[in-house]
Design a protein. Structure first.
Length: 300
């Protein structure tokens, strides 16, 4: 309604109604324009938000797809091979596996004077601990005497059982760090990791605690501590685990690892009791005898 000049008479009632209707029409049109603009802004905002979300998802996906990682020294087969000379135990030196290279299987044809034992293990696995606790002394004795070689493959299949800390990967990484920098201490660290094994479902040892553990086990190379806290070989641990689970496993007819511990003697899987040292010893002797018989037959 138009303002009236003081003292000026109001327009007729009919004109006032038409003026009110026109004013209402203009207000409705302006409201429709505002609503249309708001819809356009909303759509644009949603579109920008979707673009932003898509970008974030893409970054996360790209970040989660990590390239293969180089392996540690002395683990070209994805495992560390230990041997004895009658008095001491030492690791067999090998070059590191390049990030884009496949592991090199141990040449067991060059190890005909020994019984070759291979163990795939997870440091959070209680059954692996059972096997280690039961047979460590006998294995060490055989190794020292030069009667066997022992190849240990640390893998990580129980990461989901450590409250998100990925203890299996971190402990396997610690073992790989030792193999890389101070390989002759590997068995001592291996035993220490099982002696301090956390319970499944707990967070496990921290990286700093793993550093203290390997140092208490006799590791003096300062580079090992940094390797552990930086988780230098965690990517390699995943790759080695994938290879073990996918197969094929070298030097055996066993297709792949389906659980831990997987224990192979002369390429034959041990399926006996893990807490029976006598049963395992009998199995080792059986495989040693079978191999000797095969060698004799082939030489006739």
């Amino acid at each position: 309604m138009n303002a009236q000049t003081p003292g000026q008479p109001l327009p007729p009632k009919k004109d006032r109604r038409e003026t009110a209707r026109e004013s209402a029409r203009l207000m409705r049109e302006e409201q429709k324009k505002r609503e249309k603009r708001n819809k356009l802004f909303l759509r644009g905002g949603i579109g920008l938000a979707l673009v932003a979300i898509a970008a974030i998802v893409a970054v996360l996906i790209v970040g989660s797809v990590k390239p293969p990682s180089p392996g540690p020294l002395n683990m070209a087969s994805d495992g560390v091979l230990m041997q004895g000379d009658g008095t001491t135990i030492s690791a067999v030196p090998t070059a590191a596996t390049a990030a884009d290279a496949e592991p090199v299987a141990t040449d067991v044809s060059a190890l005909t004077d020994t019984v070759n034992i291979t163990v795939y293990l997870d440091y959070l696995c209680p059954y692996c601990n059972q096997f280690e606790t039961t047979n460590a002394a006998q294995l060490t004795s055989w190794l020292t005497a030069g009667n066997i070689t022992l190849e240990t493959h640390p893998i990580s299949i129980l990461d989901q059982s450590s409250n998100g800390t990925k203890y299996s990967t971190r402990s396997a990484n610690a073992a790989a760090c030792v193999a890389n920098y101070q390989p002759d201490s590997f068995l001592d660290v291996n035993s220490a990791l099982f002696a301090s094994q956390p319970t499944e479902g707990t967070s496990g040892l921290t990286d700093d605690e793993l550093v203290s553990l390997v140092q208490d086990a006799g590791v003096t190379d300062e580079a090992v501590a940094t390797c552990i806290t930086d988780q230098t070989f965690s990517g390699w641990v995943k790759d080695a685990t994938d290879r073990a689970l996918k197969g094929p496993l070298p030097n055996t007819e066993l297709a792949a690892v389906t659980g831990t511990p997987t224990v192979l003697v002369q390429g034959v899987q041990y399926t006996g009791a893990l807490d029976d040292a006598a049963a395992f010893e009998a199995f080792v002797m059986e495989q040693a005898t079978a191999t000797a018989d095969d060698s004799t037959d082939s030489g006739e």
